[in-house]
Design a protein around this ligand. Structure first.
Ligand code: AMP
Length: 541
């Protein structure tokens, strides 16, 4: 039909060019091993042009995968933009995976080059013989010289210095791949999720909506989520599109580092997994930092305990934006903000709502399916598997024959078990593999953890199902006490505390006190390890 709108491609190149034209003087701040590094979007653009020339010189062509093995920093941001904008595919590798998984991922993606932070060389050097496809390693160092057993290896800064300053970015097709990320793979080998330019652009636009994270030019954004995990939740692209100041932590992810950066840089939005905010809260209760600049904290990756959402709101006036997402969704799927007419519901209900994972953002469709393949009603009680579809939802894993099981009639099966209330707010009650199956009924490990974590003496709690002679499985709670409660917390007081909060048959049959809960590569509770550790647990009489 004539007279339609232009067929303008949705590509990341637009974000890059826009940032340099409109926001050249806005700042990007990185904490590095040699101190705070500051430069502007104008500087970023100049270096991205040089980097594009470097990629060309290294033989990187359209569609080639290029690995990054790095912390959050301005250099990682340069790679985030240069690699997709030359038409290649940015492959962010999770540095916390096991060496064998890292090697598997390199080989599966057939990465042609790898950009690695100097501090992470010890993780790659032992597996260098297994990295079959990598033709060049480029080391990002803050010092004039470095040593590495990787070969051939060159110095990032040196390559940039020697490269021409000018680069004409090619016109790209919006359906071209821009990035690839592998799932953290708690079961089996990790699986690759390939992101198109179009998917990332649409995801960015929707992430910035007021009812999502509401990111704008005035924001100062600190992604405490690593850039090697699910596109740093899309935050760095959102900031680049709008010229928002970005603050990178580098390898410094301790609560004190984060509190200091929030205070010094006047951060308005900080995002990360609950673990980070549990640690920060403990610190803020003991020491004074000025975090009054924060206007919101998006939290996701695992369930944010309701008690902590309440505590941040009441003690520091910070609204947590609880969000659900997956690597397979680029990653944002839902965000929990009370609708206008739910603002004034009774306080207890209000925080319960805020602790849900929220309603789907525009263009993400959701449905819950029961075991018989029927769609569950949105009644807030019926349990089913969450399925999603939308323009930034994976349609199949990268070169992976295991894919079909993950899809059903054009919907992606998330493996998350949910209830959906009549307003469309989802609540994750478990992973399909983590629910405790007691005598044919399901017990939500997440709900139990939430209830236990509200106990003042409890720092963290993870609940797992352990084999039981009568009920097939019963819940075992693994509890880490707060510093002050070490040695004094008892099993009975936790059970007593829970008795009016959960159904009687949900009460854990036993509680073990641990020093720490084991974590997965992306900081979530590692229940697989716990299940293994307690597989022969002797239940009390
Ligand atoms: P990943 O792809 O590593 O980001 O992991 C995605 C998974 O993390 C989801 O399938 C959920 O099981 C879990 N997850 C993400 N966000 C939340 C949340 N807000 N609450 C509970 N679980 C979550």
């Amino acid at each position: 039909m004539q007279g339609l709108m232009m067929d303008y491609p949705l590509t990341l190149t637009h974000f890059l060019e826009r940032a340099q034209r409109l926001y050249a003087q806005k700042e990007i701040v990185s904490k590095t091993p040699v101190g705070i590094h500051r430069y502007t979007y104008g500087d970023l653009y100049a270096r991205v042009c040089r980097l594009a020339n470097v990629l060309h010189k290294l033989g990187i062509r359209k569609g080639d995968r290029v690995a990054t093995f790095a912390w959050n920093s301005y250099r990682h941001l340069e790679l985030y933009l240069a690699i997709p904008c030359v038409g290649a595919v940015l492959h962010t590798i999770n540095i916390r995976l096991f060496p064998q998984q890292i090697a598997y991922i390199f080989n599966h993606a057939e990465d042609k080059a790898c950009f690695v932070d100097e501090s992470l060389l010890p993780l790659l050097e032992p597996i260098k013989g297994q990295l079959k496809s990598v033709k060049n390693f480029v080391v990002m160092s803050d010092k004039p010289a470095f040593h590495t057993g990787l070969s051939p290896a060159s110095d990032y800064e040196m390559l940039l210095q020697q490269a021409p300053a000018h680069y004409d970015f090619p016109q790209l097709d919006e359906q071209q791949a821009a990035g690839i990320c592998y799932t953290s793979g708690t079961t089996g080998e990790p699986k690759g999720v390939l992101y198109s330019h179009r998917a990332l652009v649409l995801h960015t636009l929707v992430q910035c909506l007021a009812d999502s994270f509401g990111i704008c030019e005035r924001d100062v954004v600190l992604p405490a989520v690593p850039m090697f995990h699910a596109n740093a939740w899309g935050l760095t692209l959102s900031c680049t599109m709008l010229g928002a100041k970005q603050v990178f932590t580098g390898p410094f992810l301790q609560p004190r580092d984060i509190a200091q950066l929030i205070q010094d840089e006047r951060v308005t939005l900080a995002a990360g997994v609950p673990t980070i905010w549990i640690g920060l809260y403990q610190l803020l209760k003991k020491e004074k930092f000025d975090i009054s600049s924060l206007r919101t904290m998006p939290v996701g990756g695992s369930a944010m305990p309701q008690s902590l959402i309440e505590a941040y709101q009441k003690d520091f006036n910070i609204p947590i934006a609880h969000s659900w997402g997956m690597t397979e969704l680029s990653p944002v799927g839902t965000v929990s903000k009370p609708k206008s007419y739910l603002e004034n519901i009774p306080e207890a209900e209000y925080f319960k709502l805020r602790a849900k994972q929220g309603i789907p953002v525009p263009f993400v469709e959701i449905r819950g399916m029961d075991e018989g393949g029927n769609e569950i009603p949105w009644d807030g009680v019926t349990i089913g598997e969450l399925q999603v579809r939308g323009p930034w939802v994976v349609s199949g894993y990268y070169n992976d024959p295991r894919s079909p099981d993950s899809f059903q009639d054009g919907w992606f099966r998330t493996g998350d078990v949910v209830v959906i209330d009549k307003e469309g707010y989802i609540q994750i009650v478990d992973r399909t593999k983590d629910v405790v199956k007691s005598g044919g009924e399901w017990i939500s490990s997440v709900d139990l953890e939430n209830a236990i974590m509200a106990h003042p003496k409890v720092l963290e709690a993870a609940v797992i199902g352990v084999a039981h002679p009568k009920w097939s499985e019963r819940p075992l709670a693994c509890v880490v006490p707060t510093e002050d409660a070490k040695g004094s917390i008892t099993r009975d007081e936790i059970i007593e505390f829970l008795s009016d909060k959960v159904a009687k048959w949900w009460l854990p049959d036993d509680i073990v006190i641990l020093e720490a809960i084991p974590r997965t590569s992306v900081g979530k509770f590692d229940k697989k390890t716990l299940r293994h550790q307690f597989r022969d647990h002797q239940w009390p009489e």
